[in-house]
Design a protein around this ligand. Structure first.
Ligand code: SF4
Ligand code: SF4
Length: 216
C-alpha cells in the first residue's frame, strides 16, 4: 500500500501547526488555551455523556467482538482546528507518535490513528466524538428516554464551535494560523466550497482582515 494522500495532508497540517506553535510566544499560547477552554468544557460534557450512557452499549456491541463501525474507516473527516486543539493539548512525545504513524503507509483496515489502547489523539476529532451509530442510539433512547434531549442539546452546543453561520472557533483557529502564514489543504472553513457557501449565505466574511480576537 502506498503512502496515502490522506496521510500526507494530515502530516503537512500537523507539521505546519507544531512548527508554528513552537515559534509562538508564551502569551499567545496562553491566549489560544483560553480561547479553546469553552470547547474543552463542551468535550468534557460529551465524554461524560458517553461514559454514563453509551460505554456499556459500545462495549457489548463492539469492543467485545472487535467489530466496530467507529474507527473502522481509513479517512475520517478531520478539521484543521481539530489538529490545532490536539497539538495544544498534547505533549511532544504524543505529537511525535502521531507524526510517525502518518509517515508510514496505513496497512490496517481501520483508522490510521487507532492504536493498541484506542485513539492516539488527546482530544479526538469532533466528527469522532459526536458519532454514535443508529443501533446504539435506538437501544439507549428506548432504555433511557431522558438521554435523548441531553444528546440533542449536545448536538446543538457543538454548532457553537463548528457551524459557521456565526463566527465560530473552528473558523477562527484556521484564520489565526493563516495570518501566521500557514496554508494547507485541510483549511476547510476557508477552502471547502460548501462551507464557503454557508458562510456567504450567513454574511460571514471568508477573508477577514488579520487581527481577529484570537490575536489579542
Ligand atoms: S457507537 Fe456504535 S459502532 Fe461505535 S462503538 Fe458504539 S456501538 Fe459500536
Ligand atoms: S481519529 Fe481516533 S476516534 Fe477518530 S476514527 Fe480515528 S482512531 Fe477512532
Amino acid at each position: 500500500m502506498s503512502f496515502s494522500g490522506y496521510n500526507h495532508d494530515q502530516l503537512i497540517s500537523y507539521n505546519a501547526i507544531s512548527t508554528t506553535l513552537e515559534k509562538l510566544p508564551a502569551e499567545q499560547i496562553a491566549g489560544l488555551k483560553k480561547r479553546i477552554a469553552p470547547y474543552l468544557e463542551f468535550r468534557a460534557r460529551v465524554e461524560e455523556f458517553y461514559q454514563h450512557y453509551f460505554r456499556n452499549i459500545c462495549e457489548q456491541s463492539c469492543f467485545a467482538t472487535h467489530i466496530s463501525a467507529c474507527c473502522g474507516f481509513e479517512s475520517i473527516i478531520i478539521f484543521f482546528a481539530d489538529q490545532v486543539i490536539n497539538c495544544i493539548m498534547s505533549n511532544p512525545d504524543q505529537l511525535t507518535g502521531i507524526v510517525e504513524i502518518l509517515e508510514k503507509p496505513n496497512r490496517s483496515n481501520h483508522c490510521v490513528f487507532l492504536g493498541k489502547s484506542g485513539c492516539i489523539w488527546q482530544v479526538r476529532p469532533i466528527t469522532c466524538a459526536m458519532f454514535l451509530c443508529d443501533p446504539a442510539k435506538q437501544t439507549l433512547f428506548a432504555r433511557s428516554p431522558e438521554a435523548e434531549p441531553v444528546w440533542r442539546e449536545l448536538q446543538q452546543w457543538e454548532k457553537d464551535f463548528t457551524w459557521p453561520v456565526n463566527p465560530v472557533l473552528f473558523d477562527e483557529l484556521e484564520r489565526y494560523f493563516m495570518d501566521l502564514g500557514v496554508d494547507v489543504p485541510s483549511l476547510y472553513f476557508h477552502k471547502s466550497p460548501g462551507l464557503l457557501r454557508l458562510k456567504a449565505r450567513a454574511g460571514i466574511n471568508a477573508h477577514p482582515q488579520p487581527g481577529s480576537r484570537l490575536h489579542r
